[in-house]
Write a protein that binds this ligand. Structure first.
Ligand SMILES: Cc1cc2nc3c(=O)[nH]c(=O)nc-3n(C[C@H](O)[C@H](O)[C@H](O)COP(=O)(O)O)c2cc1C
Length: 199
């Protein structure tokens, strides 16, 4: 049985279309034990100066098994991570950034070679970013760049040798579009992704 960490960063809870899409994916992944991490209930704040001092001191002592690093350890051990959140302001909501600030820990989830090249220390084979967007993204247009996928793809490569994918439905808030049909098409894609998830 593989461990899948389902990071739920869907701020609108049961109303969230990103959550609906992610649940379709997660519920169909074969051979998986799902661990759900509900970000809204963690009320994470941005890392402040005291957090960094503490992190540096604990890291220097190699005290990575302390609760301070619980989120990073949980992430590190997962065979796959599914991160679901809405597309906000061309990227991820700040709540997700606050979480990832706690996951990226030098010496625990990644390290540097003597040449200064980062190497991932997380087990994940796959990192899937699940989102829905009101409009569209277009990386050839500076106003419409998908900063979320490029950011999370870089983080995936920083932290692991796993594969990164985005699963998205978009155009959901465009007048004249049929959001239900767009979501259904993305859900069908979720089913295909799940079917070959570990291959
Ligand atoms: C604060 C905020 C920022 C948003 N920014 C964008 C954006 O930059 N691009 C876009 O296409 N849609 C944007 N949207 C629309 C959402 O991406 C869209 O409604 C999405 O389906 C919401 O996901 P949810 O149902 O999971 O909450 C924004 C919505 C909110 C509330």
């Amino acid at each position: 049985m593989k461990k899948v960490l389902f990071v739920n960063g869907c701020i609108r809870g049961a109303q969230s279309r990103s959550l609906r899409l992610a649940q379709r994916l997660v519920s169909q992944i074969p051979d998986a034990e799902i661990e759900v991490l509900a970000l809204p209930s963690l009320h994470l704040t941005p890392c402040n100066a005291a957090d960094i001092v503490e992190r540096d001191a604990l890291s220097a002592a190699g005290a990575f098994d302390l609760p301070f690093f619980a989120l990073a350890n949980q992430f590190r051990q997962a065979d796959a991570v599914v991160l679901a959140c809405p597309f906000w302001d061309m990227s991820v909501p700040s709540m997700v950034r606050n979480y990832l600030e706690r996951v990226c820990v030098t010496g625990l989830t990644f390290h540097y070679t003597p040449e200064g090249r980062p190497v991932g220390d997380c087990a994940m084979q796959r990192f899937v970013y699940v989102t829905t967007r009101g409009g569209y993204v277009d990386d050839s247009d500076p106003v419409l760049i998908d900063h979320a996928s490029s950011y999370l793809n870089s983080l995936c490569r920083l932290l692991s040798s796993g594969r990164f994918d985005t699963l998205a439905a978009q155009g959901l808030d465009i007048v004249g579009n049929d959001p239900e049909a767009l979501l259904a098409a993305a859900e069908a894609e979720a089913g295909r992704m799940a079917a070959s998830f570990w291959s």
